[in-house]
Design a protein around this ligand. Structure first.
Ligand code: PEP
Ligand code: MG
Length: 586
């Protein structure tokens, strides 16, 4: 039966493929494809984990105190039986052998299958055994964690473009795959960056959550905030992801498939048309030059930035080097090499490296969100985290300064609000230089900039301009903190409004003041990459935009069609009205 699920459109285009489910409650385990030669070692890990759990349960059972309640022994017996259950074992083996899932993913996928069967049982006693099964799998996962493999960088490559004949086939291993998950951490998303998926759907997440941001950088259609998608979609269902409308269509009929196949081809034609703008200078009709920069997550993203004609990197989110490591943070040498790769990759163009922005929806490891603190978005995040650990921060600063010896590097500091944070930061930058001097290591000159992403910073822009060479406005957070809307929460996504008059006022004043003082100012939040916002930002005086490489050509098209001086008066009218979105026809 065909049905559709509505969510939030985060990355454009149409994807058609078969669903690969990442089981809902298990986002804290790694999901990746293994190489065929890893099948046996992966199965051996599973056997090892199963035997360890069996031994553990048996010991518990044999050593139960005499006075323990009789139910306890019965529960342990059920658990012992479940570990050895053929349905669990055979299913898991199949996921590894046929689909090349890693052991943890195979185990949680099979748990999902068996759990659904328990749910369908009439007998309430049997239905309740689902909880026991989950506990047994949990134990096995814990053991697997102790003998985890290093995640291979190269996942299995398969055909990425759906062919019409694939869509008719029942079991073609060559068909495109789309990933459906309850939630994915940004670290998981990075992992999938090198893999085969042609689209993503997640139950949770807002338009500017970091998972959505990474999905956008993959340049494949994605829908987030689809609420119950991971429960409604079954493994292997055919699905269409309409990344423009934020709709997921499950088990589409042939007519719907044909319609979306047509849309897909149209989108491809549009991409090819835009690609002709690669070498066109980003200059408005009235001759104003506009800087279009790229946002990157990894040094390896720089070729994509150059490909679309970016004139530099406006935001390198360095925290992605720190995430999902489940161990020590990258040391100075590792960071230096990574920053140098980005600088070399950009071939002489400037690279803006933002110091680490860990916290909120970007946890250090993939154990989902930081639930240990009351409100992570308002907690120890970004520069607050760095200043709380000066040794770690100095390590990063030294690595960035050393990379600056190889090309133009700008340093960018996230989430500043207070004068004392600014002073502490600048003192530490100086200290890092002195430490390098003392060690006789060379480093280069850097411009130092601050992100304006807290309303308090926007309202004290003059103070910021006294201390910094340039500013970069992080609209994703500026909107979140101005409107008190969690950017990662799909339940309030409808209130997350880049065009709220208060947001526009903070943006306009920050741009105007920076320009008045002759200092550089750019926008590096998602707003900069939205072509519907380009004219307004130009009208407000913005001449530097930083965005995903995938958005650069669409924004360039808007720039070259715009008359910036004429947009000024219109932008002031938009700024003055109560419903800017209506005035802009959005
Ligand atoms: C922003 O807040 O707009 C920004 C660019 O930073 P991030 O999305 O990484 O928080
Ligand atoms: Mg931010």
């Amino acid at each position: 039966m065909t049905f559709s699920i509505h969510g939030l459109a985060v990355a454009r285009g149409i994807a058609i493929g078969r669903a690969v489910l990442v089981a809902s409650s298990r986002v804290d385990v790694a999901h990746y494809f293994i190489e065929p030669e890893q099948i046996d070692p992966e199965l051996a890990r599973l056997t090892h984990a199963r035997e360890a759990v069996l031994a553990e349960l048996q010991t518990l059972h044999d050593n139960l105190p005499k006075d323990s309640p009789p139910e306890l022994a019965a529960i342990l017996e059920v658990h012992l039986m479940l570990v050895q259950d053929a349905m669990l074992e055979d299913g898991v083996t199949n996921w590894v052998k046929d689909r090349l899932y890693n052991a943890e993913w195979a185990l949680t996928s099979q748990l999902d299958v068996v759990a659904r069967q328990f749910d369908d049982m009439d007998d309430p006693y049997l239905r309740e055994r689902k909880g026991d099964l989950e506990q047994v799998v949990e134990r096995m996962l814990r053991h697997l964690k102790g003998v985890a493999h290093v995640i291979p960088q190269a996942a299995v490559k398969r055909s990425a473009t759906p062919r019409q004949q694939d869509l008719q086939l029942g079991d073609d291993m060559d068909v495109p795959l789309v990933l459906v998950a309850h939630d994915l951490s940004p670290a998981d998303m990075l992992q999938f960056k090198q893999s085969v998926f042609t689209g993503f759907v997640t139950d949770v997440g807002g338009k500017t959550s970091h998972t959505a941001i990474v999905a956008r950088s993959l340049d494949i259609p994605a829908v987030v905030g689809a609420r119950t998608a991971s429960q409604l979609v079954r493994q292997d269902d055919w699905i269409i992801i309409d990344g423009d409308a934020g709709v997921v269509i499950v088990n589409p009929s042939p007519i719907i498939l044909a319609e979306y196949g047509f849309k897909q081809r149209q989108a491809q034609v549009e991409r090819e048309r835009l690609s002709r703008l690669r070498h066109t200078p980003a200059v408005t009709l009235d001759g104003q030059r506009v800087e279009l920069l790229a946002n990157i997550e990894m040094p390896e993203d720089s070729p994509a930035a150059l490909d679309v004609g970016a004139v530099g990197v406006g935001l390198f989110r360095s925290e992605f080097l720190f995430m999902g490591r489940e161990g020590a943070l990258p040391d100075e040498e590792e960071q230096y090499q990574a920053y140098k790769r980005a600088v070399d990759g950009m071939k002489g163009l400037p690279v803006t490296i933002r110091t680490v922005d860990i916290g909120a929806d970007k946890p250090l490891d993939r154990t989902a969100k930081d639930e240990t603190h009351l409100n992570p978005a308002l907690g120890l995040r970004a520069i607050r985290w760095s200043l709380a650990d000066p040794a770690m921060f100095l390590t990063q600063l030294r690595a960035i300064l050393r990379a600056a010896a190889h090309g133009q590097v700008h340093l960018l500091i996230p989430m500043l609000a207070h004068a004392r944070e600014i002073k502490q930061t600048l003192v530490l930058v100086d200290k890092a230089r002195k430490q390098l001097d003392a060690r006789g290591l060379s480093f280069g000159p850097i411009k130092i900039g601050a992100m304006i992403e807290v309303p308090a910073a926007a309202l004290s822009v003059k103070m910021f301009l006294r201390h910094f060479d340039y500013l970069s406005i992080g609209t994703n957070d500026l909107i979140q903190y101005t409107l008190a809307i969690d950017r990662a929460d799909e339940l309030v996504a409808h209130l997350y409004d880049p065009l709220h008059p208060a947001v526009l006022r903070l943006l306009a004043d920050t741009i105007a003041e920076s320009r008045a003082q002759g200092k550089g100012v750019s926008v590096c939040g998602e707003m900069a990459g939205d072509p519907a916002m380009t004219r307004l930002l130009l009208g407000l005086g913005l001449r530097s935009f930083s965005m995903h490489p995938t958005q650069i050509l669409a924004v360039k098209q808007e720039v070259i069609r715009a008359d910036a001086s004429r947009l000024e008066a219109w932008a002031q009218d938009v700024l003055a009205c109560d419903e800017p979105a209506e005035m802009m026809g959005l």
